[in-house]
Ligand binder design. Structure first.
Ligand SMILES: Cc1cc2nc3c(=O)[nH]c(=O)nc-3n(C[C@H](O)[C@H](O)[C@H](O)COP(=O)(O)OP(=O)(O)OC[C@H]3O[C@@H](n4cnc5c(N)ncnc54)[C@H](O)[C@@H]3O)c2cc1C
Length: 497
């Protein structure tokens, strides 16, 4: 792979961004113990911990204010093992049950140490966020949703209740939403930004980090940034943390590493998710792993009644249990149905007020619907008749949708909601990033630590390694928890002499 030092006037590309050599730095404009790139979920949590541990901490943010994608989010965080809210709402949970589920949710290739730490310390992490002043109601939200509009807290946010997850781990709700109506991520991040300042970390906004600075021993000793158009050089005596988000906004990187995500027409992120942090780390010798993985979301619920419908592909065949989390369903639409999917509903379950999908066809009979969708003769009719036959008995032997979502589709007219790529919204989030220890130290391809370099949040290949198994709340949960560990590790690291 060829490398570029700076892209000049070019937009962000896909190549590693080489570090500057320390002897090329004529002057340091600022000197701090810990320098954090990005003031979002991971960077904020890291800054609080580093500053509280006594490190002189600078957190640099390219926008006029910190917050990142987390500030746009629903603010759901995946906590379990017996949080105060779980107990108050009457749900029993244990570290073992949580671990059994998170092992599945994190997916193939996940780091067992991250899973262990995340689950064993989940109650402590929840209390840490609460101690920042973030309020949570002792209430359970029972509907199937991804972003409840109420200020309720506890909810199922992944595949906990669905086949085969429910067979392998006792289902317990673990998504925790702060006590704010609508999207609560802005509130969550305001509290984190406030705590960053209270801890004594210094925040520099409107400042875009462009490259790392490395000394002759290979240690990362600082960064170069653009502050209001002027170059500045900041020395980091103990470490630099890359916490600058993922790469969903960088189409060159998607084309190179994660082409499935090019099917997404909506970024789960901000323009800051341009992959620059990952490319800076690669240029300094850290390995980028898991780069093809990401979350592909199709918002087929709410309304939850749509789960009574069935997904079919271009051949009129089902391909997924429709009660799966929207990330699992979205992944299947792209990878199993080749991007051609319809949600078949009848008049009793179609919710015009909430559905975001266009109608591909509306007909009075299965046969007419099949013709309108240009499917092979008899295919959709057979699928619907077989599904209805079993649904009447409360069974779904093919995909094991839970009995509570089984009901024969027999109230005409029948509609096909258009879930095809290019005709509906697919939202994407990258899960690939730099290889690192759970405590943040960046790793090269031979497993050695890149001295002075730390990584957290979506800049890292973190807790979750597969989009099709992911549960809502695991990204901010991962970013804040492992951001904290990185902040502490940097504060305790040997200082440059
Ligand atoms: C609408 C929406 C809803 C979501 N809902 C949830 C949810 O409920 N639960 C959940 O777990 N996840 C959710 N997510 C995903 C989650 O918000 C992100 O995955 C998470 O914030 C990642 O944390 P991070 O610290 O890596 O990145 P961010 O929180 O995005 O922070 C990265 C920061 O780095 C800054 N930055 C980037 N490049 C530079 C640079 N070169 N120099 C300086 N600063 C830089 C960015 O501006 C940004 O502020 C949602 C996302 C969106 C968009």
């Amino acid at each position: 792979m060829t490398q570029s030092h700076e892209e000049g006037g070019r937009q962000e590309g896909s190549q590693p961004s080489l570090p500057l050599r320390a002897q090329e730095v004529a002057r340091w404009d600022r000197v701090h113990d810990v320098v954090i790139v990005g003031h979002g979920a991971a960077g904020g949590a890291a800054a609080i911990e580093a500053a509280r541990a006594g490190a002189d901490t600078l957190v640099i943010e390219r926008m006029s204010r910190g917050g990142g994608a987390a500030a746009l989010s629903t603010g759901l965080v995946y906590f379990g093992g017996g949080t105060a809210i779980q107990k108050a709402c009457g749900f029993e949970d244990s570290v073992e049950d949580m671990k059994a589920f998170v092992e599945m949710a994190a997916g193939r290739g996940a780091d067992p140490e991250r899973i262990r730490l995340y689950c064993e310390n989940s109650v402590e992490h929840f209390e840490w966020l609460r101690a920042l002043g973030i309020e949570y109601r002792e209430s359970y939200y029972a509907k199937k949703s991804t972003h409840p509009l109420t200020d309720d807290c506890l909810m199922y946010t992944g595949n906990e209740q669905t086949w085969t997850f429910a067979q392998r781990a006792r289902p317990v709700p673990r998504g925790h939403k702060p006590a704010r109506e609508g999207e609560a991520g802005g509130y969550l991040m305001e509290m984190i930004l406030q705590a960053t300042a209270e801890a004594g970390a210094y925040a520099l906004n409107d400042c875009r980090v462009r490259c790392l600075v490395q000394n002759d021993e290979g240690r990362i000793v600082g960064i170069k940034a653009l502050l209001e158009g002027k170059e500045i050089f900041v020395q980091a005596r103990r470490g630099v943390l890359l916490a600058a988000g993922g790469f969903i906004a960088n189409k060159d990187m998607l084309a190179r590493h994660a082409p499935d995500l090019l099917n997404c027409n909506h970024d789960v992120g901000t323009i800051g998710d341009d992959g620059r942090g990952i490319r800076m780390g690669m240029g300094a010798g850290a390995e980028a792993i898991n780069m093809s993985e990401g979350l592909i979301l199709s918002a087929y619920y709410p309304p939850e009644d749509h789960l009574f419908g069935i997904f079919v592909d271009a051949h009129g065949q089902r391909f997924i249990n429709e009660d799966a989390y929207i990330g699992r369903g979205g992944d299947a639409m792209i990878k199993k149905a080749d991007g051609i999917a319809y949600l078949i509903v009848d008049d009793s379950i179609y919710d015009r007020s909430q559905s975001i999908f266009k109608l591909a066809a509306v007909e009075e009979s299965f046969e007419a619907l099949e013709r309108a969708l240009q499917m092979p003769e008899g295919a959709l009719v057979h699928t619907l008749e077989a599904y209805n036959g079993f649904a009447e008995r409360g069974e779904d032997p093919t995909f094991r949708k839970q009995a509570k979502w089984l009901r024969a589709l027999d109230s005409p007219p029948y509609a096909a909601l258009d879930c095809r790529v290019g005709h509906s919204v697919f939202a994407g989030l990258t899960l690939g990033g730099l290889s690192a220890l759970a405590t943040g130290e960046a790793l090269s391809s031979d497993g050695t630590i890149v001295p002075g370099l730390y990584v957290a949040g979506r800049n890292a290949a973190g807790l979750c390694r597969e989009g099709r198994t992911y549960a809502s709340g695991l990204s901010i949960g991962d970013a804040t928890y492992f951001g904290r560990l990185a902040g502490r590790a940097m504060a305790a690291a040997d200082a440059l002499r």
